[in-house]
Design a protein around this ligand. Structure first.
Ligand code: ADP
Length: 417
């Protein structure tokens, strides 16, 4: 007997042949990125399509691409279109739903920058959780509201869809107290004024990937340098985060594209008292006008700085690399040793000059760079006899969110059976 065509299958059998679609949302102030993963339940989620709406509140632009980068859809809106986050998210979700092929959307996973002291794991979102996450907005005013908004918007369009919040802070929950405590009066520490650390989804992905590439090194003491437009470094001992350069907010540690990184708090008092700046102006200065942009006066983009002949651009690059070298020593000291270093994110994965400037100054740690491998962005960029191997590993925060979301969804499904 011929098998019935899918169209004639009874609804329950038809559902069985459908794959699970997991939508990953990574929303910021001016863009909403999405990735759609397909999963057969137990297998690794595989990327089906990805895309983003960028230029929100300016001139929005939507693009969707297949996993291989082929453009599937694109749309531009004029600057006066008056489309807001929610309208554009709806456009994005409509596109995803129209392009699910043989899948059905079973869950959505969101990148949420701050989980506070409470969330050390991804969590299924309900009203109570959302209220808790909203209370953390003062700790991450530039990111948290934009991470939460799509959860609310998606709940309106899809009231029954399980949504999972995955936190950038969660991976650092294993930090010992000494690594998270500021030397402030205890009452402030007790109310949550402490170091949290960020970029945790990236570090978690790298820790797992390094375990596949170099299991012995991954079981030891590793410093991961996540160098994107936001930049930080993390000390990972046997797969667990023990210290990192980002702290209470995402402005500590390394200089970034437009953020200061570590700053003597006395500078803030000077800006308040002597320059008459208010807190909003200072926030703008620390987050938007500083870092590579502020020092160079040229750009926040490492590619532009490396190509520029302006001496201030070279100064900004030097400062960036100097601070990475210092933090490398500091994080190795926090672990009491160093077995490996990993570079990741936009600059870490693609900028051979930055990696060279960091590694050339780290010979005292036993790092001996292989120039040709570095230029080729090879997976291992040190010489065979280097005391410490250095790796270049592409990060994939979206894949990490998809895996977490799939796991939470599996638990819900099992509990319902
Ligand atoms: P985000 O933190 O926004 O996710 P990415 O990890 O994508 O950022 O990194 C973006 C940054 O990577 C850009 O600002 C740019 O400075 C840098 N970058 C990308 N490609 C290169 C390259 N080939 N050389 C140097 N820097 C690069």
């Amino acid at each position: 007997m011929l098998a019935a065509s899918p169209a004639r299958l009874p609804p329950n059998r038809k559902e069985q042949v459908m794959r699970d679609g997991i939508l990953v949302i990574n929303a910021g102030s001016s863009s909403i990125k999405f990735s759609l993963y397909l999963s057969n339940g137990d297998g690794k989620p595989s990327l089906q399509s990805k895309g983003q709406v960028e230029g929100i509140n300016v001139a929005p632009h939507f693009i969707a691409q297949a996993a291989d980068g082929a453009v599937l859809a694109e749309q531009h809106w004029p600057a006066d279109s008056n489309l807001h986050h929610e309208d554009l998210l709806k456009h994005l979700i409509d596109w995803v739903e129209d392009n699910l092929d043989d899948a059905r959307l079973v869950a959505a996973g969101h990148r949420v920058v701050h989980g506070g002291a409470r969330y050390s794991q991804p969590v299924l979102v309900d009203e109570l959780v959302l209220n808790g996450l909203e209370k953390l907005i003062p700790l991450a005013p530039l990111h948290q509201p934009h991470n939460i908004a799509p959860i609310r918007a998606l709940a309106k369009v899809h009231p029954g869809l399980p949504q999972v919040a995955c936190f950038d802070t969660a991976f650092h929950a294993t930090n010992p107290k000494v690594a998270t405590t500021f030397a402030l009066p205890r009452e402030l520490t007790d109310e949550g004024v402490r170091r949290y650390g960020f970029h945790g989804l990236s570090y978690e992905f790298i820790a797992r990937r390094l375990g596949e590439i170099a299991p012995k090194i991954a079981a030891g003491k590793v410093v991961v340098c996540h160098l994107g437009s936001g930049a930080s470094m993390c000390a990972i001992d046997n797969g667990r985060s023990v210290a990192s350069t980002l702290g209470f907010t995402a402005v500590d540690g390394l200089p970034m594209g437009t953020r200061t990184g570590n700053l003597d708090p006395g500078v803030i008092l000077y800006l308040l008292d002597e320059k008459g700046m208010n807190s909003k102006q200072i926030e703008n200065l620390l987050y938007k006008q500083s870092g590579l942009l502020g020092v160079s006066g040229v750009s926040n983009d490492m590619r532009v700085l490396l190509e520029s002949s302006d001496p201030h651009a070279a100064e900004a690059v030097d400062l960036f690399c100097y601070r990475i070298r210092r933090e490398l020593g500091s994080l190795a000291a926090a672990m009491g040793g160093l077995d490996g270093v990993v570079f990741t994110a936009g600059i870490g994965e693609r900028s051979a000059p930055v990696r060279r400037m960091v590694c050339d100054g780290a010979g005292w740690l036993g790092i001996s760079l292989d120039g040709a491998a570095n230029l080729a962005n090879a997976q291992t960029i040190t010489q065979a006899d280097s005391g410490i191997p250095v790796f270049v590993i592409p990060t994939d925060e979206e894949m990490m969110i998809a895996k977490h979301t799939r796991n939470v969804f599996k638990q819900i499904r099992q509990a319902a059976q």
